[in-house]
Design a protein around this ligand. Structure first.
Ligand code: SAM
Length: 200
């Protein structure tokens, strides 16, 4: 965890410039996030919120959204850029949030660095804080096999969608939608997937 924090801290400014705006997020993804996370009342956590732009996107949709990230530079940036938003320094491995108090979670490319053997524990923590019926939206790198690769910031993992959906099910989340987009149109762009699941 310290390695991830340090890696993102070193590259925080560059990351903000490259990715820190919701107009850099595909329109289909924004629609899906809006559809699943804005239509019901209640608190939504944007875990691993990075620059905070998707927390802000949710806030502009009248969602009671809170961004949580491990990296102080990202939290400072988000608080300065979106002063009306809520951003907290913390880890999704151990959330300072009461059991069953959250109605939605966005994990947008934030679980990509979690070593596969640790993912079950993280998902149990997410299930702990979610109310029954809450919605979880995960964006990640799609892969034919579960394997690591050297991401620009730190080691990350490709997940086959079925395999991640099975892990979600083991933690008490049932898949309700998936979206997959091949990474063919831009050089260097990797296959993308989103899983939407409901806490059962
Ligand atoms: C690829 S970035 C995605 C950031 C943002 N969600 C976005 O879409 O641009 C991964 C983010 O996850 C955060 N992160 C990684 N491990 C974390 C943890 N254990 N708890 C909270 N945030 C974490 C990193 O600091 C980083 O901001």
């Amino acid at each position: 965890m310290d390695l991830i924090r340090q890696a993102y801290a070193t590259k925080a400014r560059e990351y903000v410039e490259l990715f820190g705006s919701s107009d850099k997020v595909h329109a289909d993804d924004l629609s899906l996030i809006e559809h699943y996370l804005s239509l019901r009342p209640g608190a939504v956590l944007d875990i691993g919120s990075g620059p905070g732009h998707l927390t802000e996107y949710l806030r502009t949709l009248n969602v009671d959204a809170c961004g949580i990230d491990l990296v102080p530079q990202f939290i400072d940036h988000a608080r300065n850029t979106y002063p009306d938003g809520r951003y907290e320094l913390g880890s999704f491995r151990q959330l300072a949030v009461a059991n069953g108090s959250v109605f939605g979670i966005l994990a947008w490319y934030s679980l990509i660095h979690v070593p596969p053997e640790d993912l079950a524990g993280v998902l149990v923590e997410l299930r702990r804080v979610t109310a029954n019926g809450a919605t979880l939206v995960i964006g990640f790198f799609d892969g034919d096999r579960l394997e690591s690769f050297e991401h620009a910031v730190a080691t990350a993992y490709y997940w086959p969608v079925d395999q991640l959906a099975a892990q979600l099910q083991d933690a008490g989340f049932i898949e309700i939608e998936r979206l997959q987009r091949p990474g063919v149109n831009e050089p260097g762009r990797r296959p993308h997937a989103v899983l939407v699941a409901r806490a059962t």
